[in-house]
Design a protein around this ligand. Structure first.
Ligand code: C2G
Length: 130
């Protein structure tokens, strides 16, 4: 069985996230989605996330695309997860191109083209205008 893993905040889940998850799922047989904890997001400078971890997990569940959802809580967890779950493929959007090449030591790393024209930041900005 080919296990695929991908990570994200998935704030205000949108078409860009869903398209990423669909393509991640299509790379293998079993998709694990790592959702960042509120603390981990704060520690990596994402300070204006609108939805709580629970709401963001609910959003991913509703897509029906994740076979398993885990929480990403610390720097370095990706290596632990890849080993713990026997992951064959790590994938993420092309906005991260090159950044996760260090994981190639542990599994195949695939950067999928990011969907243009939509982002959580833009949706948060729209929200502020209402
Ligand atoms: N994404 C996309 N197209 C968009 C927006 C996002 O393909 N228009 C992808 C991102 O590239 C990422 C996933 O959707 O693979 C989740 O995006 P975010 O919620 O912004 O999460 P991110 O901050 O990219 O976290 O450990 C966390 C990971 O490093 C990724």
């Amino acid at each position: 069985m080919i296990k695929v893993i991908t990570y994200g905040t998935y704030d205000l889940l949108h078409e860009g996230h869903i398209r990423l998850l669909e393509r991640a799922k299509a790379l293998g047989d079993y998709l694990i989605v790592g959702v960042t904890s509120d603390d981990f997001d704060r520690s990596r400078g994402k300070i204006n996330v609108k939805q709580s971890l629970t709401e963001r997990i609910e959003g991913i569940k509703k897509t029906g695309l994740a076979d398993e959802i885990i929480v990403e809580e610390y720097e370095g967890q990706k290596i632990d997860d890849i080993q713990k779950y026997g992951v064959s493929i790590f994938t993420v959007g092309s906005d991260w191109e090159g950044y996760f090449d260090y994981l190639k030591e542990y599994c195949t790393v695939i950067y999928l083209p990011r969907t243009t024209g939509i982002s959580s930041s833009e949706l948060r900005a729209e929200d502020r205008k209402l």
